[in-house]
Design a protein around this ligand. Structure first.
Ligand SMILES: Nc1ncnc2c1ncn2[C@@H]1O[C@H](COP(=O)(O)OP(=O)(O)OP(=O)(O)O)[C@@H](O)[C@H]1O
Ligand SMILES: O=P(O)(O)OC[C@H]1O[C@H](OP(=O)(O)OP(=O)(O)O)[C@H](O)[C@@H]1O
Length: 215
């Protein structure tokens, strides 16, 4: 295993919110991912590079050693399963929640009370399955990869399970949040083999991240 450290990040909020933590570890990314088409970005440290991957692919890259470490949402981590990943830190960034939402004119409480079978569209099938199973609500899950808010508006589903932060997306689509399933933030994930083999470089990095986490 080479001694280069590879950090997997997704463009957008995870990249942006990870930058202050990297700076605390003395690392500056030398190119702006919004301006460059490069997928491997150099840093001011010769032995550290950042690879840009889809948010849902971060755990996969780290699990299989395509990256030594990465930053990923708890939502993504649960859906991935987290197998083979060391998860030393909750970075307290990209905070939001996973919720159930329905059309404002859909009576969710009485559907649940009456034991109706609910059609639920979501990208988060593991979280949704576990949540409704624990409540004893029967659901037909419809897997989507984005724009979940559209599903109740088009008759595809009765409800969605999706991320909510300000609530603006729900509001803009005339949906209401009816249950909060869990709070979400992003975690540092580390390849277990890399942690052993590159300890000398990774430990101080993890410690610097830990020291820079905002409450
Ligand atoms: N509105 C939000 N506010 C705060 N955090 C969020 C919000 N939306 C998503 N997140 C968090 O940021 C992570 C990355 O979200 P992002 O929107 O960048 O990727 P994505 O579009 O969900 O993933 P992919 O491109 O792989 O489908 C999510 O997994 C979640 O933990
Ligand atoms: O409650 P709000 O503050 O409106 O945030 C919630 C929205 O944020 C996320 O989408 P995002 O903006 O990341 O778009 P994307 O999933 O298409 O990347 C999520 O999928 C919701 O749609």
């Amino acid at each position: 295993m080479s001694q280069t450290i590879t950090l997997a990040l997704s463009k957008g909020r995870i990249f942006d919110e990870t930058m202050p933590l990297l700076r605390a570890a003395g690392i500056e990314v030398l190119e702006d991912p919004e301006k460059s088409r490069k997928l491997i970005l150099p840093t001011n440290q010769n032995d550290v590079r950042v690879v840009l991957v889809r948010a849902t692919d971060v755990p996969t890259y780290v699990e299989h050693g395509g990256a030594d470490l990465g930053v990923t949402g708890k939502d993504t981590l649960i859906e991935h399963g987290g197998l083979g990943l060391y998860q030393p830190l909750d970075l307290n960034i990209a905070r939001c929640r996973v919720s159930v939402a329905v059309r404002a004119d859909f009576d969710y409480a009485s559907a649940v009370r009456q034991g109706s079978r609910l059609r639920v569209a979501t990208k988060y099938t593991t979280i949704a399955r576990d949540f409704f199973a624990a409540k004893g609500v029967h659901v037909d899950l419809i897997k989507l990869y984005g724009s979940m808010e559209l599903a109740p508006l088009t008759g595809l589903a009765d409800a969605i399970v999706d991320l909510v932060s300000t609530g603006n997306t729900l509001k803009a689509n005339h949906l209401v949040e009816v249950e909060r399933i869990m709070d979400i933030s992003s975690r540092l994930v580390v390849n277990q083999a890399a942690l052993k083999l590159k300890q000398a470089r990774l430990r101080p990095l993890i410690d610097a991240f830990a020291g820079a986490i905002q409450p």
